[in-house]
Structures are given as structure tokens and as C-alpha cells.
Design a protein around this ligand. Structure first.
Ligand code: AMP
Ligand code: MN
Ligand code: MN
Ligand code: MN
Length: 282
């Protein structure tokens, strides 16, 4: 039997256009150094880095697909849906993402008010200094400010003690709907993928409902090998992919050289039992 060489695809990461710390060009460089052959920049709710990422990838000879990671609210929980192979100039997608970003500023102000009641002042301005894109102020930027101010050792610790449900700085937020997100992605010519399914605090029944509804809407894939999963979760979600007939995706979810455990392209291969999502466009 001939074994085909496995493609090094990394289809999930973030630049300064959302909550990463590197430019699209620096990410392309890093992906190239790490042997990535097919790459996608998937900033949160924002397409502003796509032209630069695509151009940088072309210069380095890396294949590129345009991407995005859309924040949605599913049964009162935040879930992320990745869109791959989208047309980043599609007006419906651009407008949907603009609406999704819209509430972030007010939410950040409410977060800062809560933090100031907990004795942490100046966090709105502090977080804003970390945000490369004024339209995309995220919890990650607050987390970096809290580390800078010495409240926590690292951002991982911040997300245990602050900014999450039941802790100071957490503000409930309503993002896009699953229906809208999948429809925006599909109408822009892309494929929809459930990001890091192992990260949600949904019950098994609620996860089942998510997969079923997502599939009904035309969702095609789930992330299996991601920097946001532990190795035992690769097996768990490989089985889910097979059971539901989803294609598998692979991506580091890289944000920053110091904060991220998994670097671009340096992940195990997708289990061979799965059809890779990139078979759609590669
Ligand atoms: P937001 O979209 O503003 O709610 O911010 C969500 C971002 O916070 C995610 O994309 C991650 O980058 C970061 N984040 C959330 N939870 C954690 C965690 N437990 N550890 C590290 N980063 C996290
Ligand atoms: Mn993020
Ligand atoms: Mn995510
Ligand atoms: Mn991500």
C-alpha cells in the first residue's frame, strides 16, 4: 500500500487584527518556518487581516485559504464557528461580522466597571492598549492587562480567576446565532467548522443537539486536532466526526509565542480515519 505524504495544514490562528500578538506577515513567516503547507488566518469576527495574510503566504509559497472564527451564542453558551475558504469581500459576511463586533466596546466598558468594583482600576484603557484593532477588544486584551499589572502570573491563570462566569470581569454577551454564522460562511462560498468542540461547558445532550443542528444547516466539519484540545480529546472528537459524518480539521489556535502551548504547524496529524476538511479546497 502506498502511504500518501500528509499535508501540514494549520487552519486556525490569530493576528493583531483580533487577539493575537503577531502581524499577519509574522504569522506567515512563522508558519513557513514550521513547515506549514496550507494555512488560514482565522481572526475572531474580523476579516481585516485576510489580504495581508494571503499576500504574505503567496510570497513564501504557502497555500492559503481565507478564514474567520465567528463568536455565536448557543443555548446561552459561547461557541466558536470557523469559516474556511470564504470570500473575504462578500458583503453579507462583512456586514454580519460588523454586527457581531458591534457590542464589544460596551461589553468591555461593563467588564471594566466590574473589575473596578473588585479593586482593579483602569482596565478599559489598559486593555485597549493591547488591542491592535479598536473594534475588537476582547477578554484576551483584559487578560494581558491583568498579567501586566501583576494580578495574575499568566493569561491562563486570569481565565481561572477573572473574566469567566462567576468571577470578576465577566459580562454575559449575546453573539451571532448558529444559523446566521453558518449562513454567512456558506453564502461567502466557505465551509463551516465547529471550533474546539472539547472546550464548551455544554452537556452531552446539548452537544448532540449542536452537532445535529449544525449539520442540518450545512455545517461540514469539526476541529479534532487543535491546540485547544488535549491529546485524549483528539480521539474523542475523531469518533464524533465519524459518527456524525463530519470532516476533521486541524489548527493550532496560535495567539502568541509565550501564551500559546501549540505553535503553528506543530501538531499531530489528523487521524487517518477522518476525511480532512481541506480536501474540499486543496
Ligand atoms: P472574547 O471573544 O472577548 O470572549 O475572548 C475569547 C478569547 O479569550 C478566546 O478566543 C481565547 O483567546 C481567550 N480565552 C478564553 N478562555 C481562555 C482560557 N481558558 N485560557 C486562555 N485563553 C482563553
Ligand atoms: Mn482568541
Ligand atoms: Mn475559539
Ligand atoms: Mn481561536
Amino acid at each position: 500500500m502506498i502511504t500518501l505524504p500528509v499535508l501540514n495544514a494549520d487552519l486556525h490562528c490569530h493576528s493583531v487584527v483580533s487577539d493575537g500578538t503577531l502581524s499577519p506577515e509574522a504569522l506567515a513567516e512563522r508558519a513557513h518556518l514550521n513547515g506549514v503547507q496550507l494555512w488560514s488566518l482565522t481572526d475572531h469576527d474580523e476579516l481585516g487581516g485576510q489580504v495581508r495574510a494571503q499576500a504574505a503566504a503567496a510570497i513564501l509559497g504557502i497555500d492559503y485559504v481565507a478564514g474567520v472564527e465567528i463568536s455565536i451564542t448557543w443555548l446561552d453558551h459561547t461557541v466558536h464557528i470557523v469559516g474556511l475558504g470564504i470570500d473575504p469581500t462578500h458583503p453579507g459576511l462583512i456586514e454580519g461580522l460588523r454586527q457581531t463586533r458591534d457590542g464589544r466596546r460596551n461589553r468591555a466598558q461593563a467588564m471594566a466597571e466590574q473589575l473596578s468594583k473588585a479593586g482593579i482600576t483602569g482596565s478599559f484603557e489598559g486593555a485597549q492598549l493591547y488591542a491592535g484593532n479598536p473594534e475588537l477588544i476582547s477578554r484576551t486584551h483584559f487578560a494581558r492587562f491583568l498579567v501586566e499589572q501583576g494580578f495574575c502570573r499568566d493569561t491562563e491563570t486570569v481565565f481561572k480567576n477573572y473574566l469567566v462566569a462567576g468571577k470578576p470581569g465577566y459580562v454575559q454577551h449575546r453573539w451571532a446565532t448558529l444559523e446566521n454564522a453558518v449562513q454567512w460562511i456558506r453564502s461567502a462560498g466557505g465551509v463551516a467548522v465547529i471550533a474546539h468542540p472539547g472546550r464548551y461547558h455544554l452537556t452531552p445532550l446539548q452537544m448532540t443537539e449542536l452537532y445535529a443542528r449544525f449539520k442540518d444547516l450545512g455545517g461540514l466539519g469539526i476541529e479534532v486536532v487543535t491546540g485547544s484540545h488535549s491529546p485524549d480529546q483528539y480521539q474523542t472528537f475523531a469518533k464524533i466526526a465519524v459518527d456524525y459524518g463530519f470532516m476533521g480539521s486541524r489548527g493550532s489556535d496560535f495567539h502568541d509565542p509565550r501564551e500559546s502551548h501549540t505553535d503553528l504547524g506543530l501538531l499531530p496529524n489528523l487521524p487517518s480515519s477522518l476525511k480532512p476538511i481541506w480536501s474540499v479546497f486543496h
